[in-house]
Design a protein around this ligand. Structure first.
Ligand SMILES: CC(C)(COP(=O)(O)OP(=O)(O)OC[C@H]1O[C@@H](n2cnc3c(N)ncnc32)[C@H](O)[C@@H]1OP(=O)(O)O)[C@@H](O)C(=O)NCCC(=O)NCCS
Length: 162
């Protein structure tokens, strides 16, 4: 299923040439406003230094279909002790509003299911763009996160047919 080529985006495994633009996006405060992640407090240099290339569905690259330049990341993160997996996607500002997330999220859900996982998403209630995206894709709000971490109070979404 990967790499997957669409008119507006290529979804592929991360490559060493992506490390710099990956680090730049992960340290962009606007892009990360509603997004968590273990590297939130690292500098760009530290992120690049700790990158360790291994093809994984937990961190995939989104690349421009013509130039293959890195424009964002996506993937899914398994949830401890369950078969659920949390979908994530972050796009550079210049790559937004071109229907990329609308293309990629269903692919991630399909990929997760093909690996025997149950896809879900967790969205900060203040993240209006993500909530509209979930609604546009027909995902359903199915609860509120009650764990004592940064996701407490966030909305849990599942695709209409799991
Ligand atoms: C959220 C995000 C991934 C959306 O990606 P995108 O490729 O721009 O979204 P799309 O162009 O596929 O748009 C899909 C739907 O999302 C919604 N949407 C996208 N951008 C929006 C905006 N600026 N305002 C309101 N709704 C928006 C719309 O409902 C849109 O459907 P429509 O085109 O039929 O109206 C992108 O804005 C982003 O990377 N944001 C920063 C990181 C982030 O918040 N990630 C999600 C964490 S859960």
């Amino acid at each position: 299923m990967l790499p997957a080529y669409f008119d507006n985006i290529t979804v592929r495994y991360l490559e060493p040439k992506d490390y710099e633009p990956y680090a730049a996006l992960e340290t962009d405060e606007e892009a990360k406003l509603y997004v968590g992640g273990p590297i939130k407090n690292r500098t760009r240099e530290q992120i690049v230094q700790f990158m360790n290339y291994q093809p994984t569905t937990s961190l995939l690259a989104l690349a421009d279909p013509l130039l293959d330049n890195y424009v964002g990341r996506c993937g899914f993160l398994d949830q401890d002790g369950t078969s659920e997996t949390e979908i994530h996607i972050v796009l550079a500002r210049e790559a937004r509003k071109r229907g990329i997330a609308k293309t990629v999220v269903p692919l991630l859900a399909e990929l997760a299911r093909s690996l025997g996982k149950i896809p879900m998403a967790i969205v900060d209630p203040e993240n209006v763009r993500s909530r509209s995206l979930m609604n546009a894709l027909g995902w359903k709000e199915i609860g509120i996160i009650d764990k004592e971490n940064y996701q407490k109070g966030h909305i849990r979404y599942e695709p209409d047919s799991i």
